[in-house]
Design a protein around this ligand. Structure first.
Ligand code: NG1
Length: 461
């Protein structure tokens, strides 16, 4: 069944959930896999994702008051939630599913106020929610929910903006849940087209559509390790954002681009700016950083502070502060600025090459780039886990052209690019070698994906 049929079915169930009322708007937002370009988005470098045939769906009725009433079809797992639109919406407990709605609501309220609307006059929504994107698996279930909620609040209040503008807004909005993510997921779930991958550039957002070969597909296999955005994974993700930002600021100072005293990570240059503003090749910039750090792969607090001519306390306050105001705990192995930058600059080049390969039909080379990407994610970015490494190896051995982890890492899914006629072999291999020995089914753990369409919206008469 397609996304449009799915939302229509949900619309029919709305009246049972909210006795007698009718849904006015149906929304479907897909999840995504990322083919290549991992942890590049927040550094200003491109990514290459595609939407998948798994989605979050909403049936929505606008309310006359500013209340938000949420009901999930999986009510036991996701209990009902109610809150009120206001200028400062307090979050639920960490990890609560309602926070993804609050993230969108907070951002839409700010937008509406900026456009001269009174908060008290804003309309809330009653929403019936369902979804089939595996959660905490790097397939972007949380972003699909934030974006779906953003579409619902904007529609209920007649706030019109382009999909690209909404994508940028919702990327910022999702920081409400505490992860300082980039803009990839919001862009792909709003701007994707069936049968195509996207090459997405950032700051400003720019999307190029690249046809995906009809005789190839993506096999995705769950590592069975949860990668919860608001749980264990959050500090690991944010630490990498900060490590990259430190690299960018050190290099910018060295290259005479900006004074790091100008502010913390928010105001700071990104790694991509160093290439764009100096015209230097990424490899040259990595060399410069190696030289600056004397090859030191894990900076102590004292060493890092010294590089910025600061006392450790002052350095931590200026550079290690996360968006929620707390300070990044100093990792035992130090700040791994050099390996993180090695990954990001290498991945940026691989992503550009991969886009050319996809355009030119060189899928073998594309697969090799995926393999290199996985190696770099594991070695330099340290975001793989043994289960993901095992899966990518199995998939390559079974005839995939290339395989890698997808999304933020620390668990979640591995993906493989395969010719259509080899997809069965790849699936069988992971079933026999990975899931069967663990006593797990392949259903809901292994999927075959082809690029799906982006978000759909249907107004009901
Ligand atoms: P997932 O895997 O959906 O959590 C996260 C970020 C992306 C990007 C990737 C790594 C969010 C919402 N998404 O994706 O922006 O940085 O990691 O490439 O934080």
């Amino acid at each position: 069944m397609g996304l449009r049929e799915d939302i229509q079915n949900l619309g029919r169930r709305f009246a049972e959930a909210f006795t007698g009322r009718r849904a006015e708007l149906l929304i479907g937002v897909p999840g995504r896999i990322n083919l290549i370009g991992e942890h590049t988005d927040y550094n200003g470098f491109p990514v290459m994702p595609m939407a998948i045939e798994r989605s979050v769906r909403l049936a929505v009725a606008a309310r006359q008051d500013g209340r938000v009433e949420l009901r999930n079809v999986e009510r036991e797992r996701y209990p009902d939630r109610r809150f009120r639109l206001s200028e400062d919406i307090p979050p639920y407990a960490n990890g609560d599913w309602g926070n993804y709605f609050k993230a969108a609501a907070q951002s839409v309220v700010e937008l509406a106020v900026g456009w001269g609307r009174q908060v008290g006059a804003l309309r809330g929504v009653s929403c019936l929610v369902e979804g089939d994107i595996p959660p905490a698996a790097g397939l972007s279930s949380s972003t699909a929910l934030v974006v779906a909620a953003g579409l619902a609040f904007c529609a209920a209040n007649g706030l019109e903006m382009s999909r690209a503008a909404l994508a940028e807004r919702m990327a910022e909005a999702e920081h409400y849940v505490g992860t300082q993510g980039g803009g990839m997921d919001q862009a792909v779930c709003l701007l994707a087209h069936a049968g195509e991958a996207l090459k997405v550039d950032f700051f400003p957002l720019d999307v190029q559509r690249i046809p995906f070969p009809a005789d190839h597909c993506i096999v995705a296999a769950h590592s069975t390790v949860k990668a919860e955005k608001t749980g264990r994974r959050r500090p690991h993700y944010n630490r990498r954002v900060i490590e990259c930002s430190l690299g960018a600021q050190l290099l910018a100072r060295e290259l005479g681009l900006a004074a790091p005293e100008a502010g913390g990570p928010d105001a700071a240059p990104r790694l991509a700016d160093l290439v764009a503003r100096t015209g230097r090749a990424p490899a040259q910039i990595v060399e410069l950083l190696e030289h600056l750090l004397d090859g030191d792969e894990g900076l102590t607090l004292k060493r890092a502070a010294g590089l910025f001519d600061l006392e450790p306390g002052e350095f931590a306050r200026r550079f290690l502060r996360m968006k929620d105001g707390s300070l990044l705990p100093m990792p035992g192995h130090g700040l791994r600025v050099l390996p993180r930058c090695r990954h990001v600059f290498g991945e940026a080049e691989r992503t550009e090459r991969a886009a050319d390969c996809l355009r030119g039909g060189d899928l073998e080379e594309f697969g090799r780039l995926m393999n290199e990407s996985h190696r770099s994610c594991a070695q330099h970015y340290e975001i793989s886990v043994p289960e993901l490494d095992e899966l990518v190896l199995l998939m390559r051995q079974a005839g995939a052209l290339g395989a890698r982890l997808t999304g933020a890492g620390f668990g979640g899914f591995a993906i493989a690019l395969a010719q259509e006629q080899r997809a069965g072999d790849v699936t069988l291999a992971v079933q026999k070698e990975f899931y069967a020995p663990r006593g797990l089914p392949t259903a809901d753990n292994v999927f075959v994906f082809r690029p799906a369409e982006g978000a759909v919206l249907e107004e009901l008469p």
